[in-house]
Design a protein around this ligand. Sequence first.
Ligand code: SF4
Length: 445
Amino acid sequence: MYEFAVTPAVTNIRRRGAEITEVEPASLGAELELEPGDRITKVNGRPVRDYLDFRFHTSGETRLVVEVRRRDGEDWELDIAREESEDFGLSFEQIVPRQCANECIFCFCKGNPTDARPSLFIRDEDIRLSFLYGNYTTLTSLTEDELGRIIEQRLSPQYVSVHATDLKVRAYLLGVDEQRADITQKLVRLLDAGINVHAQVVLCPAINDGEILRRTIADLAAEYPRISSVAIVPLGLTRYNTDTRLTPVTPDFCRGIIREVTEIQKELRTRLGTTFAFLGDEIYLRAGSAVPGRRHYGDYPQIEDGIGMVRSFETDFDKLLERLQRRPPKQPSKVYGTILTGTLFAPVLAKRIASMNNRFGTRVQVEAVENNYFGGDVSVAGLLTGCDLLAAQDRIQGDFLLVPKQVLKSDEDIMLDGMTLRELHMKLGLPIHTVDIDSFFSFLA
Ligand code: SF4
C-alpha cells in the first residue's frame, strides 16, 4: 500500500495512438480506407495519445498529414485535404483512466467487499475524464505535461477534489505528505490560464468540518468566478470501511451543517450573486429537511455530483404530471406495478407517485430497498445490487417492476454485484424496466 501511495499517477500500459472502433459509411474516414482496429499515431507530426488529441490536432485544419498504424502492422502516412467542416466519421476506443497515487482515508475502494467487480477498485484520477464527464481529481500527481495539455487543449472546466484548503488537513485526508498535497501553484496556473474549476469537499465529521470548512469555502469563494462552485458531499461509509479515524455522518450532524452553511450561502448570494457552496442532497435528506428551491441551484453546476438532483427530479416530475394531464394513460388501472429504490430517495418518490395515482388512477407503489451489499450508511439508489432488489421480492406487487437506470453499469445490463438484469427477471418472473424520468413517462403513455 505504501509503495502505491508514493508512486506517481500511472498510465495503464497502452499502445501508441488512438484505436479506431467504428468508421461511418461514406465518411472521409471510409474514403481514406481507414478501418476499425487501425490506430492514428500522429497528426501533422504531433503524437496522438487518445481521441481528445485527435480532435484537438485536427480541429479547424484543412491540410493534414495523418500517420496510421494499420491493424496488420503496416504504417500509412495520409496526406489529406478536406473542407473545414468535414468530419472524419470515426469513433475511437474509450480513454483508459489514469489512476491516483493517494491513500484517501475515505476512499470508496476501501468500502468495497473483497469480491466486488474489479472495476469498482479502479481509482481513476484523470484530467481528461474530469473534463469529459465531471470526474473529480485531486491534482496531487498532475504532471507538467498534463498541466500543459489542460491549458493548450482548453480542457475546461476541471473538477478538483479540494477537501480542505488547510494543507495539513488536506494531506491527512489524502494520505500523502504535505508537499504532494499542496496544489496551490498548479491551481493558480490553471486559473491564470482561464481554466474554470469546480471544487469538491468530502465532508468528514471532526476532520474538515467547523472552522476548516468555513475557511475552505472562504478561500475558494475568494477565487470566484474562476472557481465557480464547490460541492460539499458527506462521507459515505460501508460496513467494510472500518477506519477508526472516520466518524459516521448522522442526521444531527447534517442538521448542524445545514444551519451553518445556509448562513454562509446567504452571505455568498448577496456578495457573489450565486449560492456557490452547495450541500449534497443526501445531507438534506438525512437531516429530514426539505431540499432548497429551484433558484438555489442556478444552472445546477454540480448536478453530476448529486447536487440538486432531488430538486431537479421534483421539477421534472411536475412537468410529467402536466404531460399526463394532456395525455392521460389509456387504461390507468392497468398501470399496476412497483418501483424499487434506495431508502434515501424512496420517501421523495413515494410522495410524487401517490399524487400521480390520486390524479390519474394508476396503481404504482414505491418500496424502499435496504442496501445489504455495502451496508453501513449506503442508502442511494445507484448503489443497489441485484441481491438487494431480490431481497425485496415479497413486497413487489402488480404486473411490472421499475428500477432506477443507475443500478446498471452505463454500458451493460449488469449490476454492481455482477447479477444481470436478465437473471433478476428470471428470478422474479415479471417484466423489469430500468427507468429515468423521461423513460418513465414513455412507459406510462
Ligand atoms: S478517493 Fe479518489 S483520490 Fe482518494 S484514494 Fe480513492 S480514488 Fe484516489
